[in-house]
Design a protein around this ligand. Sequence first.
Ligand code: FAD
Length: 516
Amino acid sequence: MTSGSKSLMWFRKGLRIHDNPALEYAAKNSTHVYPVFVIDPHYMKPDPTAFSPGSKLAGLNRIRFLLESLVDLDYNLKKLGSRLLVLHGEPGNVLIRCLKEWDIKRLCFEYDTELYYQALDAKVQSYALESGIEIFSPVSHTLFNPAEIIQKNGGKPPMNCLSFSKIAGDPHWLSSSLSTTLSMIPPVGDVGNFEVSEVPTVKQLGYEDIQEEEPPIFKGGESEALRRLRESIKDKEWVAKFEKPNTDPSAFLKPATTMLSPYLKFGCLSSRYFYQCIKEIEKEFKNHTSPPVSLLGQLFWRDFFYTAGFGTPNFDRMRGNKICRQIPWNNDDELLAAWRDARTGFPWIDAIMVQLRKWGWIHHLARHSVACFLTRGDLFIHWEKGRDVFERLLVDSDWAINNGNWLWLSCSSFFYQYHRIYSPVTFGKKYDPTGAYIRHFLPVLKDMPMEYIYEPWTAPLIIQTKANCIIGKDYPKPVISHETASKECKGKMAAAYELNKEKNGMVSDEDLQNLR
Ligand code: FAD
């Protein structure tokens, strides 16, 4: 250890102690460690004009989850003799000031592939390099280093999960055991004139702290993440036999998947540690399931989208994105609002959108249903609009995974069978014929008889009256006819695919206009 050497551990994601190589390095090589989190106005400034409470980019559910995660991180750091220093402002400027004023010799932070962080990190790293500050920035948010996968694949990200997993192989860290505990962290040094605060409450950040009728579904933080992980994997047979396509999107009393996504998104749970736990269980079962459908496979999907997002310019938009089909989506704010606000008149779709708003989480196939309905299935609205709604409402909202899946579901990239449409009536019925899920999230329909619960507009008036739910008054009529709309959508998709083929991807705004 260099005597008198001070390190700054910059937390952004990776809000954990376990398997945190940047923190471990700082702890091992310093006399003092400054663990810093910067409250970034870009993400956190309240936006009263948004369609739901929160900032411009994040709904209140996610902001609350982040603050809880910081409280837990501070608590866990204190147990190791340290604490979290919460600072406020534009992170680049704040960090550079910290490096200067605290005479930092080493800057440690988890590598981040997101565009926003790439730009931010370049600014901070350039100052650190000029000032002779050592930088340690390991890849630990994902199983693999996206840059290495792209290099192994001849300079391009793999375009399907199976080829991704073949190229990736076993992660290199698997042969050595991950560090899951730290015994101590060197003390925090003098913070000088810096205004260091405790983790703020939502109220202190300027949000109205709305008390929900039901307790929140998620509680942020590493402690809760590890508790939920243990709970999720205690039934080893369930883990070994997990097959994602066979999980039930309508299960809400006991959801059918792990619900660990918010913890992975913020790095309260290490995806590598999760992977290692699953691998250990798989060793005990000869006939465990395999990627892409197995639980391990789900983590491959995560890395697959991270790699695609990292290696594709303009991944988060249609224009200028080489892997995205150019499609003349409609602009219809009324239909978009009906979808967003659970007023489409299709109970399966509306119940999912209510769950999304309340819980900040919905099952993967529920995400499929509403994303398909909004885009190529029925409303023919741009996937970027749906992506924005998800980005705001999901607690697990993740730049690479959200954009990647919207590209997929809208048949803009990765998946091209646009004639395969999720029916807003029959798909949910397969899993939940009595409509328990709909009755829970749309109590206005709770007394609708089972035979009409997915299509209440077909119920005779006498039945609607008995069920205390008049369609068109208490619950909306369907905004479209699924039969007609889905047929039209398929026609438009066929024409758009043809045009993309003809123009070899060089489709202009005028070409798109002509297709409308
Ligand atoms: P599990 O089935 O228990 O899987 C374990 C973990 O694997 C998940 O927590 C997640 O980190 C990862 N994973 C699972 N499925 C996928 C997938 N298809 N792609 C990438 N990673 C996956 N997931 C997000 O984490 N953030 C998002 O913003 C997001 N947006 C989505 C948008 C759309 C339109 C769709 C169709 C899917 C989206 N997903 C997103 C992927 C997936 O739906 C969720 O990761 C999953 O439902 C989370 O629930 P779980 O933790 O119970 O998953």
